[in-house]
Design a protein around this ligand. Structure first.
Ligand SMILES: Nc1ncnc2c1ncn2[C@@H]1O[C@H](COP(=O)(O)OP(=O)(O)O)[C@@H](O)[C@H]1O
Ligand SMILES: [Mg+2]
Length: 258
């Protein structure tokens, strides 16, 4: 018996009116993988993300999670299945403390998952939520900030809090939308190390959209390059960087390599 991929997209398409934002996209994220997704502005990265996260319903095609068809399911169903996401902007409650932010996130927690023994099953009571919050805060390095308001944290720590909130739902796979955006170089190194530890220590598979080339190339096992909603390359960081179609997509227009 073979284990199904963590995520599998089959001929996934999304049209907005006449615009083909994502066209016949097929790929899999394997267990234990950090999978990078890059492409010039407007390539369809965020749309693809939102199709997997249940924000948009695809026009065609399928999304499978652990071999189960989740096509067209809503964000709540997707989150409960263990597909977590982080947002490009630090998506926290600025007037509430870190502890309160984590508690809110815990209330979305699903009832099963690989982190069950570490951060507890569905948080049934406040004591469990508190314990989970402390464990998650320790994992991302926010133990000393539990009683500070989200808005008072430096931006780098706000983004760490965004990751911590996603972790409170015990995801088996985490979709990360530009985790390094807005971070200084020291914070980027810390975020990169955290992403690697999520995979190495927690066994969370990562689908990573990231503009910082150095970071995405150093972290990813494989990278999918898309342009105008279509795949132009898929392979190791070394292979895609050397691919003429990738170089053309980035150098052919006025796009940054992103
Ligand atoms: N909700 C929407 N309605 C209409 N068009 C959209 C919507 N979201 C994205 N698009 C369009 O789809 C294309 C892909 O956008 P997007 O997925 O945001 O690209 P990326 O994240 O790679 O920059 C763009 O042309 C964008 O304008
Ligand atoms: Mg985008």
């Amino acid at each position: 018996m073979t284990t199904p991929p963590r995520l599998e997209l089959r001929n996934l398409s999304k049209r907005f009116g006449g615009l083909h934002a994502v066209s016949e996209m097929s790929f899999s994220v394997q267990r234990g993988e950090i999978f990078g997704l890059i492409g010039p502005n407007g390539a369809g990265k965020t749309t693809l993300f939102n199709l997997v996260a249940g924000v948009h319903k695809p026009s065609d095609g399928q999304v499978l999670h652990d071999g189960v068809d989740v096509t067209g399911k809503g964000i709540d169903v997707i989150a409960r299945r263990g597909i977590g996401r982080t947002f490009q902007a630090a998506h926290t409650f600025k007037l509430e403390t870190v502890r309160e932010n984590l508690r809110r996130a815990a209330l979305l927690q699903r009832s099963y998952g690989p982190w069950v023994h570490f951060w507890g099953p569905r948080a049934r009571n406040e004591a469990q939520i508190e314990e989970s919050s402390q464990q998650v805060a320790a994992f991302v390095g926010l133990t000393g900030q539990l009683d500070q308001t989200g808005g008072a944290l430096p931006y780098g720590q706000q983004k760490m809090l965004g990751v911590a909130m996603a972790l409170m739902t015990s995801p088996g796979v985490l979709l990360m939308d530009e985790p390094a955006a807005g971070l200084n170089s020291t914070e980027k190194v810390a975020m990169g190390a955290l992403i690697r530890r999520l995979r190495d220590e927690r066994g969370i598979d990562i689908l990573l959209v990231e503009h910082d080339m150095r970071l995405v190339m150093s972290l990813s096992d494989r990278i999918l390059v898309i342009n105008q909603g279509r795949r132009i390359a898929l392979g190791t960081p070394e292979a895609v960087q050397a691919d003429p179609a990738v170089i053309e997509a980035y150098l052919g227009g006025d796009h940054e390599l992103a």
